[in-house]
Write a new protein. Structure first.
Lengths: 314, 302
C-alpha cells in the first residue's frame, strides 16, 4: 500500500495543542473524508451486498420468479458434468492463451521499433492505438464477420492467389482464429503503455552495454526486457483478466448462439445464456464464482511467478 | 493489484535524453531508418485497411461491396445511409440520442463521484483510509459477472428494468475503480503546499477541492470523460441485459438489430450505420488523444 502511504497528507505539526482541540480537528478531518466518500460508500454497498447474495445464490436453484431453493452442492456437481461448460472453458482458455501472448508480443515489438526516436512517432502511435478503442464495439465485430465471411475480402484476396476457402465464421475450426485476429488488431493500448515504459529506460545503460560490446539483441534481452518487466507483468495481468471475460465478440459473431458447433461459446456467453435465457440464475451465479476463482488463480500464479522474471528497481 | 499498479507509475521522460535522440537512433544508417519507417507504415496500413474499406463500402452500391477491395468507391451511393436510417422500428437518431444521453450522464456521474473519492483518498486524512483504499483497489480485479445476477434482481425489484437507471446509478456511486485510481495518481502529484497555503487562507476541505484540486485536475478529468464516453458508447452487455424496449435502445443494440434482420437489410446498410456509430468514437479520439495516451500511460487503463 505504498500509494496510500505516500498519499498520506501531512500530519498536524508537532506543536503542543490542548487534547480537546486535537480531537476536534481529528473528528472534523474524519468527517470531511467520509463526506467526500459518500458516493463511494454507496458503490461499496452496491458491490458488497450483491457479492454476498451471489455467493448464496451459487448454492441454490433460482429462476427469478420463485424464491431461491437451497440445493447444497447440486450446482457444483452439475458443473462437473456439464460438457457445454467444459467446452466454453476450452474456448475461453484457447482464446486467452493464444490472443494475449500474440497481442502483447505485437505490442512490444512495435513499441520497441517506434521507440527508437522515430520521426512521426505521434502519428504512428495514434494509428496503432485507434483500433483498440474500436475493437470491442458491435460495429467492428460485424465488420469482421463481413471480412471473414464466405464472400468477404479475405477470401477475395486468397482468390487472387488461387486459394478457395469457405466462410471463416461458419467453420468451427476457424471461427476462433477470426476472433483472435480481432483481439490482436487491438494491440495498441498495451503498446502505448510499453512505449511509456521504454522511454524511462536510462540510455546510459545502453551506452555502457555498447561499450562492453553488447549487440542489439543482447541489449534488448539484458537491458530492455528486465527494465520494463514490471510493465510487461502489468499488461499481462490486465490482458488475461480482460480476455477471460470476453463476451461481446462471441455474442455478435455468432448471433448469441456461440456457434458454429460451440466454437465461439465463451464462458461469459454461456453464463449469460444460463442466467438470462434459461433463467438458471443459481447456476449462473455458481459459474460466476468459478470465473472469479479462475481469475484469482491466474492472477495469483502471476504474482507468484513474477519473482522469477520481473525486475523491480530498488 | 495494489503492488503492480503502484509500481508502474510512469514518470515523465528525462527532457535532455529525448532531445538528444535515443541511443540507437544516433547510430543507424539512413537506409535502416528508411526500412524501419517502411515496416511501421506497412503494419499501420494493414491495421487501417479494414476501417477504410468499411468507410468506402458504406458508399458502394450493393453489387460492388464484396467484389471490390478498393478503399475508394468507383460510384458514390448515399442510399445506404438514407435507407438504413429508417430501416428499424425507430429512426436512427433515436438510438444516437439515447446513446448520447447515457454517455453524457455517465461522464457527469464518473467525474463527480470518482473525483470526490479520489480527493478523499489522495489528500484527506481520516480513519480507515488505508483499508478503504485497499478495498477500492481490490475491486479493480473483481469480475463484474459475480455481481450480475444479484444486481439484476435488485434492479428488477426496484422496477428499474427498461430504464437507464441500472446503467447510470453505478456511475454516480464511484463504482469504476479505474477512474478513481487514475485521479488519485494525478492528485498525488500536485504539490501539497497548495493545500497548506489555502488552509492558512481559511479554506476548508471543500474549498480546497473546488478551488484548487478541481481546476488543476482538468487533464485527469478530460481523460476520464473521454474514456467514459467511449466505454459507454460501445457498451453492449449492460443495455442488452436491461433494455428490451426498442424506444430505449442504444446504438450497439440497434446495430445488432440489423444483424438479426440480415435477410432483409443489406450489408451496405449495416456498414453505413456502423460508420455512423464509430464516427463519434473516432472524433473523440482525434480531439482528445493527448489525454487518452497520457491516461493509459499512467494507469494502464484500456
Amino acid at each position: 500500500m505504498t500509494v496510500a502511504e505516500e498519499a498520506r497528507p501531512r500530519l498536524e505539526p508537532p506543536t503542543v495543542l490542548p487534547a480537546e482541540r486535537v480531537r476536534k480537528r481529528r473528528r472534523r478531518q474524519d468527517l470531511a473524508g467520509y463526506v467526500f466518500l459518500l458516493p463511494w460508500f454507496g458503490g461499496v454497498l452496491l458491490t458488497f451486498v450483491p457479492f454476498c447474495i451471489s455467493l448464496y445464490l451459487a448454492f441454490t436453484d433460482y429462476d427469478l420468479l420463485t424464491p431461491p431453493k437451497f440445493t447444497g452442492l447440486d450446482n457444483i456437481t452439475q458443473m462437473l458434468n456439464d460438457t457445454k461448460l467444459h467446452n466454453s472453458l476450452v474456448v475461453t482458455f484457447t482464446y486467452t492463451f493464444v490472443s494475449v501472448p500474440l497481442s502483447l508480443a505485437a505490442a512490444l515489438g512495435v513499441a520497441v521499433m517506434l521507440n527508437r526516436g522515430m520521426r512521426g512517432l505521434p502519428l504512428y502511435r495514434s494509428i496503432y492505438y485507434l483500433p483498440s478503442l474500436l475493437g470491442g464495439s458491435v460495429a467492428i465485430v460485424m465488420l469482421w464477420r463481413a471480412i471473414f465471411g464466405a464472400d468477404g475480402i479475405v477470401n477475395h484476396v486468397l482468390g487472387l492467389f488461387g486459394v478457395e476457402a469457405g466462410s471463416w465464421i461458419q467453420n468451427p475450426d476457424t471461427a476462433m482464429g477470426v476472433l483472435i485476429s480481432l483481439q490482436v488488431w487491438t494491440f495498441g493500448s498495451p503498446m502505448v503503455i510499453f512505449l511509456a515504459a521504454l522511454r524511462q529506460v536510462p540510455q546510459e545503460l545502453y551506452e555502457a552495454a555498447a561499450v562492453d560490446g553488447a549487440r542489439k539483441w543482447r541489449r534488448f534481452v539484458s537491458i530492455t526486457m528486465p527494465m520494463i518487466s514490471p510493465v510487461i507483468f502489468f499488461n499481462l495481468v490486465l490482458s488475461l483478466i480482460g480476455a477471460l471475460q470476453t463476451f461481446t465478440q462471441g455474442f455478435v459473431m455468432s448471433n448469441g448462439t456461440g456457434g458454429p458447433a460451440g466454437s465461439t461459446m465463451f464462458y461469459n456467453l454461456y453464463l449469460y445464456q444460463q442466467g438470462f435465457t434459461n433463467f438458471n440464475m443459481g447456476y449462473a451465479s455458481a459459474m460466476a464464482w468459478l470465473l472469479l476463482l479462475i481469475i484469482a488463480a491466474f492472477t495469483g500464479i502471476n504474482f507468484f511467478a513474477q519473482k522469477y522474471w520481473v525486475h523491480y528497481e530498488s | 493489484m495494489a503492488t503492480i499498479t503502484e509500481r508502474v507509475t510512469v514518470r515523465k521522460p528525462h527532457p535532455r535524453r529525448r532531445a538528444a535522440g535515443s541511443f540507437d537512433e544516433m547510430h543507424v544508417k539512413p537506409w535502416t531508418r528508411f526500412a524501419r519507417h517502411l515496416i511501421v507504415i506497412a503494419i499501420g496500413a494493414i491495421m487501417m485497411y479494414p476501417l477504410l474499406w468499411l468507410l468506402a463500402a458504406s458508399f458502394k452500391p450493393d453489387a460492388d461491396i464484396f467484389s471490390s477491395l478498393s478503399i475508394w468507391p468507383s460510384e458514390w451511393d448515399f442510399s445506404h445511409y438514407t435507407d438504413a436510417w429508417t430501416a428499424l422500428e425507430k429512426p436512427f437518431q433515436v438510438f444516437l440520442l439515447n446513446s448520447l444521453l447515457l454517455a453524457v450522464l455517465s461522464i457527469v456521474g464518473n467525474l463527480i463521484s470518482c473525483g470526490m473519492a479520489a480527493y478523499a483518498f489522495s489528500r484527506l486524512d481520516f480513519r480507515g483510509r488505508k483499508f478503504m483504499f485497499a478495498l477500492m483497489l481490490s475491486t479493480l480485479m473483481l469480475p463484474s459477472q459475480v455481481l450480475l445476477v444479484p444486481q439484476y434482481v435488485i434492479f428488477a425489484q426496484l422496477g428499474w428494468l427498461n430504464t437507464y437507471l441500472p446503467l447510470l446509478v453505478p456511475t454516480f456511486l464511484a463504482t469504476n475503480a479505474f477512474f478513481i485510481f487514475l485521479m488519485v495518481q494525478f492528485m498525488r502529484a500536485l504539490p501539497r503546499e497548495l493545500d497548506d497555503a489555502a488552509r492558512i487562507d481559511g479554506c476548508g476541505s471543500f474549498g480546497i477541492f473546488f478551488r484548487i484540486i478541481v481546476p488543476l485536475c482538468m487533464p485527469a478529468f478530460a481523460t476520464t470523460a473521454i474514456f467514459t464516453f467511449i466505454g459507454s458508447w460501445n457498451e453492449f452487455f449492460g443495455p442488452l441485459l436491461y433494455l428490451t424496449n426498442q424506444d430505449l435502445y442504444t446504438v450497439p443494440l440497434a446495430l445488432k438489430q440489423f444483424m438479426n434482420t440480415e435477410g432483409q437489410s443489406s450489408w451496405g446498410q449495416i456498414f453505413a450505420m456502423s460508420v455512423v456509430s464509430l464516427a463519434p468514437v473516432v472524433g473523440f479520439f482525434l480531439a482528445g488523444q493527448k489525454y487518452l495516451i497520457n491516461g493509459i500511460a499512467t494507469t494502464g487503463l484500456k
